[in-house]
Design a protein around this ligand. Structure first.
Ligand SMILES: Nc1nc2c(ncn2[C@@H]2O[C@H](COP(=O)(O)OP(=O)(O)O)[C@@H](O)[C@H]2O)c(=O)[nH]1
Ligand SMILES: [Mg+2]
Length: 266
């Protein structure tokens, strides 16, 4: 089972995977294969800080084990794209023209994906000044983040591209990454924990995330869901490298889809 991670430049794709490779005092339910961890650390952050991507498209493959009641092993393709490659609305030249063959290759890869994780930056208005004052943060709010209306347009464009191009995709997991920049992530993290011995209801938790953090895009989300057969193909998360639990939730949610898919096939 293959999953693809995509998102704008510097949104945190490489960091998310590297974060999952980190040791954790908390029990881990999402575990990256040990050999892949060593290799990825060497490739993505040989000197301890994550390297930006130079090529138009870099592909990294890895195996992740989901320690669910029905354990899963998934192959993840991290498509690391440079700069304006994936949907940067500020780009002056479209990627189709700038990197035609790489662009086509990218589109073909995402078209084959069953599951896609799309990472997004927060929008300017969501990021409060008090959250920006950390050593970990290198973002400049005005230069690096879209204002709300542009962010919504960008999401609309991204979703449209995914809808038109990814006919085989069963589900899209949309993560508003760098949650440490826009909310009390520890408090958010305490609201939902995976329970290995009981039932895990994602519904209430995810409804709250969608309403609270993706409310500005509700029309765009509704538009996406029109003509989708059955349930919505979208789920929404907030993630940050500062919190293991938040980093794991989209993967655990993905795992429940894989399990129900396996049930269907029985
Ligand atoms: N504040 C904050 N910064 C992050 C987080 N994840 C990644 N970053 C930073 O964002 C920048 C880009 O990350 P990178 O993983 O290279 O993004 P990629 O281009 O999508 O692979 C780096 O400076 C990271 O340290 C996060 O959760 N919070
Ligand atoms: Mg990267």
């Amino acid at each position: 089972m293959s999953v693809i991670i995509i998102g704008d430049r510097a949104v945190g794709k490489s960091s998310m995977i590297l974060g999952l490779c980190e040791p954790s005092p908390q029990e881990k339910y999402v575990v990256v294969d040990e050999d892949d961890c060593s290799r990825l650390k060497e490739q993505l952050s040989p000197h301890g800080t994550v390297l930006p991507t130079e090529n138009p498209v870099n592909l990294h493959s890895l195996t992740i084990y989901l320690r669910l009641s029905r354990p899963r092993e998934i192959t993840v393709n991290l498509i690391d794209t440079r700069g304006e490659f994936w949907g940067d609305i500020k780009a002056t030249e479209s990627p189709q023209y700038k990197f035609p063959s790489a662009y086509q290759d990218f589109m073909q890869k995402i078209a084959q994906a069953r599951y896609i994780i799309l990472l997004l930056h927060p929008y300017q208005e969501l990021v409060r000044a008090e959250y920006l004052k950390s050593d970990f943060n290198t973002l400049n709010k005005e230069d690096d983040l879209y204002p709300r209306d542009v962010w919504v347009k960008n999401l609309q464009r991204n979703l449209q591209t995914l809808k038109n191009n990814c006919k085989l995709t069963k589900h899209f997991f949309i993560c508003l990454h760098k949650a440490d920049l826009f909310c009390n992530y520890k408090e958010e993290s305490s609201r939902w924990r995976y329970n290995p011995s009981g039932s895990n209801d994602f519904g209430t938790y995810l409804d709250r995330i969608r309403t609270r953090y993706f409310g500005v895009a509700k029309d765009v989300i509704r538009e996406f869901n029109i003509n989708q057969v059955g349930a919505s193909k979208l789920s929404f998360f907030i993630t940050t490298n500062k919190d293991r639990n938040l980093l794991e939730i989209p993967w655990l949610s993905l795992g429940t889809y894989l399990s129900s898919e396996a049930e269907e096939r029985r």
